[in-house]
Design a protein around this ligand. Structure first.
Ligand code: SF4
Length: 409
């Protein structure tokens, strides 16, 4: 998460109707020069202005295909805007309305910690025969981590294709085989655990790398024996759902089906009827018959929107634990208007720009994902390979994206 200078008070004091009206005017005036992307977890007043609503990767691809668009306002969180910048053309400027909109999960895997873990794990496995360590990162990670993964032969995954990516990374290795190929999975332990378990790997084949502990809190033997080394990150929203919430809702609403996101803990997933990405959840509920009843384990804005758009079905959130993505919630109409006001005056506020090195290698890791899953190639093609990074280019310094305030061309 980055620091955002508070926007002028006038934006926060303006009547809601005025804010919405002015956003609409800017949008109309900028026409095809602008696209606004809205993640599923955004508040309704923001989604109302989104040209496209979806998950982070879908939205980034969408922006990349709209080559006539100059300005991409990403109403999501920081790593999403980074992915959009990596995939779009150099003339497209990606803007995050509030730089404070980070993702707690992505922030749990800092590039420096990832490099340290890699070195320790490689060293701990030095005596293993034909050992290979494959890094996989969930798309909910910084460009710096995606870049590391790309450069070290790994791939990005989404919550929809995680199983395919892990299958590729294991290269035919099955549960019970000697773990010659090991996967280090960033940053969401739950997505990694839930997917590997579904593939038939027992919990005893996985260890958790605690990035706050010395040597990940593991000894060499534990590292050497594991098939999966799961980074101890989590989503602060999905982690709020607990197994007792599933028991409770089933007691309260007869015949209810429980559908959850794979970022939920393993214990919750085990009790649910279905598990899948936001797209899967949306599609499953849309296609379900009238009168069906659903308890949904994901962010509250998406659940409320599903409930409003399907009044013929009973749709409730799995728990009343305020499962709100607070960082996503920072993107509100006043912040959207603020960046649009600047654009109208020829200034680009809060541009997200990934450095060339990470842009190259994170695109490699994203392209690898698409190659594995048969997805359309990323557009435009990768830029010339950057010169290798020197050891003294600290990851934390050389490997971050920048936000800029520049004059729009
Ligand atoms: S819902 Fe969770 S994973 Fe998604 S942006 Fe918010 S904190 Fe990050």
């Amino acid at each position: 998460m980055e620091w955002q200078q508070p926007i002028p008070k006038q934006y926060l004091q303006m009547p809601r109707a005025t804010v919405l009206e002015r956003i609409a005017e800017h949008k109309k005036a900028l026409g095809k020069r602008l696209v606004i992307l809205g993640h599923h977890y955004q508040q309704d007043d923001v989604v109302a202005f989104a040209d496209y609503v979806g998950d982070s990767f879908q939205l980034s691809r969408q922006a990349a295909e709209l080559t006539e668009t100059e300005f991409v306002i990403f109403c999501g969180v920081h790593f999403m805007a980074e992915s959009a910048d990596v995939l779009t053309s150099p003339h497209q400027k990606v803007i995050l309305p509030d730089m404070g909109a980070g993702c707690s999960m992505a922030d749990m895997a800092q590039a420096d910690d990832v490099v340290d873990a890699w070195d320790i794990i490689t060293e701990a496995c030095r005596d293993l025969d034909q050992f290979e360590l494959i890094p996989i990162t969930y798309v909910n990670s910084s460009a710096a981590v995606k870049s590391f993964v790309g450069e070290h032969g790994g791939a990005v995954c989404t919550s929809s294709n995680c199983e395919k990516i892990l299958t590729w990374a294991l290269n035919g290795q099955k549960p019970g085989d000697v773990p010659r190929r090991k996967i280090i999975f960033f940053p969401d332990q739950h997505l990694g655990r839930n997917t590997a378990y579904k593939m038939g790997f027992g919990l005893d084949t996985m260890v958790t790398w605690d990035y706050r502990a010395m040597r990940g809190g593991l000894n060499d033997e534990q590292i050497a024996e594991a098939n999966f080394i799961l980074w101890k990150g989590h989503c602060s929203v999905h982690q709020l759902f607990r197994p007792e919430h599933v028991d409770d809702i089933r007691r309260r609403i007869e015949g209810i089906l429980v559908i959850v996101h794979p970022e939920c803990r393993w214990e919750v997933v085990q009790k649910a009827d279905m598990v899948g990405s936001t797209e899967f959840i949306g599609r499953t509920i849309r296609e379900s018959p009238p009168g069906s009843k659903w308890a949904v384990g994901t962010e509250v804005h998406m659940v409320n929107r599903l409930a409003t758009s399907h009044p013929d079905k009973q749709i409730v959130i799995l728990s009343d634990c305020q499962c709100l993505c607070t960082t996503m919630y920072r993107i509100d109409p006043p912040h959207l208007l603020h960046v649009l006001d600047h654009l109208a005056q020829g200034r680009i506020m809060n541009q997200i720009r990934v450095n060339d090195y990470d842009r190259y290698w994170s695109r490699v890791s994203l392209q690898r994902m698409l190659d594995i899953t048969g997805g359309r190639p990323v557009s435009p093609p990768p830029e010339p390979k950057p010169a290798p990074r020197h050891d003294d280019d600290a990851m934390s310094g050389a490997n971050t994206s920048h936000h800029l305030a520049v004059v729009a061309g």
